[in-house]
Design a binder for this molecule. Sequence first.
Ligand code: NAD
Ligand code: HSO
Length: 728
Amino acid sequence: MQDAGSSGHAELLARQAIRALAAPCDAQMQHGYGAMRAAAAQFLGELLLQQHGESVWDAHLRQQPLPSEDRSLLLEAEQLFRQALSLTLTRRATLGLVQALFQLALFDDFGARMSEVQSLLREDLSKMEALDVDIFASQCNLAFCFQLQGYDQEARAIYDQVLPGYCRWADNESKVSPAMPLSLGASTIGAACAAHNSACLDGNLSKLRWALQATRPDRRVSTCIATRLLQHLTIAGAEDEAQQLMEEFQLKKEEVSSIEDNFLALWPQRPSSRSKWRRPTTNPRRSVCAELYLRPKIDLLTAKNRAEPIIAEVRQEGDAALAKLAKRFDGAELSKDDLIIEVASAPWPKVEPKVAESLDAAYENVRRFHAAQKKPPLRVETMPGVECRRIAVPIEAVGLYVPGGTAVLPSTAYMLATPAKLAGCKEIVLATPPRADGSICPEVIYAAKRAGATKILKAGGAQAIAAMAFGTKSCPKVHKITGPGNQYVTAAKMMLQANDEAAVSIDMPAGPSEQLCIFDATSDPAFVVADLLSQAEHGPDSQVVGVFVNPSGDAHGYMGRLREEFEQQTSKLSRREITKQALSKSFVIVVKSLDAAMSFSNGYGPEHLVVQAANPEAYLEKVVNAGSVFMGAYAPESCGDYASGTNHCLPTSGYARQFGGVSTDTYIKYVTVQKLTAAGLKRVGPHVEVIADVEELEAHRNAVTIRLAKIGRELSWLDKLGALCRFC
Ligand SMILES: NC(=O)c1ccc[n+]([C@@H]2O[C@H](COP(=O)([O-])OP(=O)(O)OC[C@H]3O[C@@H](n4cnc5c(N)ncnc54)[C@H](O)[C@@H]3O)[C@@H](O)[C@H]2O)c1
Ligand SMILES: N[C@H](CO)Cc1c[nH]c[nH+]1
């Protein structure tokens, strides 16, 4: 290590050398000069990295602003290594360039820089057998950079490939180095850190046990690893080993219960992996919480690319396109004249009496709750003679989407149609994918008829949304489209909302279902798991989140019992494969308090918030962002999905921060009205004139002035008296 003075001098000399060696020389000297210039560039690059890389890395890990003055010097280092490589290709220059790119990726162009790092290192991967410790270290650094930016899948792939070799190398090092028992070798520290970081992704206990063993001689390093191991042992319910560890390292259990550094995979992989490169924001550091708020990625861009030609086809060919697309996507042969069911004239479909009875009961509860949401007209006299009103006017024609890809959802039919009918919409078109024989599920028709839909369009996906947005010969054009659906439905809703010609609005982006369940040691693990599974079974993209409030840290084995419940209940579900996929994208966190639980929940903004912890009312007081809340042990979310009365079409993906669920208001627009008497105009008019002057909008001012000129500006004594009486 050089001190500041000597490194400054070395830097100066290296710069001079590079300049001198760049001077023209005869052909004979060129080769030698080139090699020397490469060495000087390499030397200067390493010096700059040493001086500026550490502070950048440090700031990144501490989540502080990155020192921008270091960026330009790191860019210079990058150029120096490139120069060195262009002159003579060496392993050291490659690794120097890799290091510079790592550091610069923290500032910007993360994707491009990491791609280059990967390709630079790829060539060396094949030589792994040579046990080159620099390559192991660089690979694990690369993985860690991915991990920090949330690319877990990429990080995991690299760790899987490199870590076993790195650990073997470290084991070897400890055997050959007699100094090892006192001070750790560089590769032991490197491999232990990598094992620790990799275990954060997969909760692998044996990696952590290895890291602990390898770093035992250094108490500081091994305590860090022991803390992480303790977290995982607690979750796994391995109490004896946890106890031993706590005694040996004098750790307390509550140290494992902080949100910031304690999330655990529920199923073997945690899913935040984004398959596409994502540019970091200007501040690329994100807290663990912020990362956990991200939902499983839906590739909306691909969905939009698929939806676009479908929308265009429906726009151009109308019903003919709908028939073609029903064949392509739903396997249904439909003629152009068979796309619409007129609900009023359609006979009641045959459904089992027991089913009809339950659908009727559920509908009645939904109707009652939504009827009570209607607001009386509003009338306010803001000043004597100035009356403002607000009247509710139903949206004339609305389109409802009822999904039908992987499950038939008659419940969604009455959840959407009931408030539309109550609002007074005249045309209520309900679109849903046809079955392969061209028919619509009788329970959906039953629910649509009961709730008051006017037409059923036999179409699903983007084509259904396009047909309702533009209208076709058989499908009326609507002004607003509501309802959930898969990524093609959501993409089409979002695209058509922005299409001037369609001039249609939507309720909200409602994607894959999700649930956040808060529980504590008093909650029945079977209830907690049953609720979480009820949403996980919706689809592979669904996500469920458990928040375990564990203030005392003495809920021995609770998480172990939870895990057992998950395994038992999941294995019995008919949709267990779908459910497991959703669980692989789900997680449980452990927090110390109600406040911490609610702060996490509000940050996540779940579609459904289930509170099974003791005293749910105390949690409700702190709700800021949630679609619908379910309180206590006896309020399973499925009651809200079907029959209690609340609506199940709710905002997902964090949109609960700005949207509420579907309600009677969804189908209403509020029109404001005003009426002014001459006295009212005399009161408010002068203010209008002044503000119009400020805005230099003369015609606005004139509209008042011209009237006041006719009726006079002064209020009569009768007007003044009348106003007084009104306010007495
Ligand atoms: N948030 C809520 O309130 C709520 C309620 C119920 C369901 N959901 C969600 O709704 C979704 C329902 O999805 P689903 O797929 O079962 O039914 P869906 O009806 O939304 O989609 C089926 C249609 O998608 C189209 N499609 C399928 N593959 C396609 C492809 N490759 N290219 C173009 N189009 C294609 C077809 O037209 C098909 O008819 C689930 O994600 C579920 O979680 C949400
Ligand atoms: N849970 C869904 C809303 O996210 C609604 C639903 C329909 N059927 C069953 N559940």
